[in-house]
Design a protein. Structure first.
Length: 41
């Protein structure tokens, strides 16, 4: 049982890290798009 629990815990940890990276990337992209829009206007 501990092996299954460890595997599940690792999956959750990896998915949370992946979500954090995706959030940072999309945040940076949104900031760049906002700057681009402001410079065009």
């Amino acid at each position: 049982m501990t092996n299954g629990g460890d595997a599940a815990e690792q999956v959750v940890r990896l998915s949370l890290e992946g979500f954090e990276v995706a959030a940072k990337l999309s945040g940076a992209a949104a900031k760049n798009i906002a700057v681009l829009l402001v410079s065009v206007l």
